[in-house]
Design a protein around this ligand. Sequence first.
Ligand code: OGA
Ligand code: MN
Length: 298
Amino acid sequence: MDTPQKGNITVIPTGAALAADVVGIDLSKPVSQEIFKQIEDAWHTHLVLRFRNQQLDDDALLAFARLFGDLDQAPIHAGKDVVNPYPEITVMSNIKVNGKAIGNLGHYEAEWHTDMSYNDTAPIGSLLYSLEVPPEGGNTGFSNMYAAYDTLPAAVKKQILGRFCRHDSSRNSAGELRKGYTDVTDPRDAPGAIHPLVRTHPRSHRNCLFLGRRRNAYIIGLPLDESEDLLNQLWAHATQKKFEWYQVWKVGDLLMWDNRCAMHRRDAFDPESRRLMHRTQIKGDRPFFDPKTLDARA
Ligand code: OGA
Ligand code: MN
């Protein structure tokens, strides 16, 4: 077995509201505790990390991901006969073999979302590794939800503190109905987990806006029209360009995002071109809001 890589990594921030490149590391080789610590610190600071020019098979991808915690099983698919190579790896692809989709999300736009926040516990992060990329389109956007929360008007912060939102589980981020779910006609009836709108990150102890996804979201206890108005206001604020950064994919890019404090989306691309990515997710715990974070600032 290879000896773990020692020394230092170099972290180069994108200059946007989030994300940084990490250079000077080959993730197909074992990573020392010392380097892991540097990567984890950079991840908590920049929310999204990109490692370019990697050559990872599924075993190497899983081995690196496992440094951050236990991994999730792949989620329920949208009515397709998708076969995953490993239970912890989800294939994200538009490619069809013999007329059958080999992966999830197709070629469509994926709307802003947090992965699997419709469950009681959502992954702390996701790792997405590119094997094939289309010549254009299919870029992935990320948005900094600490910045979104910090810049909310004080009155809106007051309005949402202590409020909970239900995160719809019936459809995926491309809008497809998941297997075994019925169409939601009233957001108050949507299935899915309930989470605080303002979430305290367990490692940074900073608060961020935790919206999940817009479709069929509902703020518990409010009349539907008030819930819709407030959600529209929060989403308009959270999806401003100044909080974003976009990944333009190259083959061999590994991206990891902090699913607790960053949202993501994807541009559509030409269905005739091929895009193939392998994703794995680090198991999370239950989102919470810690009122002590406010006392500390007062
Ligand atoms: C995901 C996701 C976007 C993309 O893997 O959770 O939303 O760019 N992917 O494929
Ligand atoms: Mn996603």
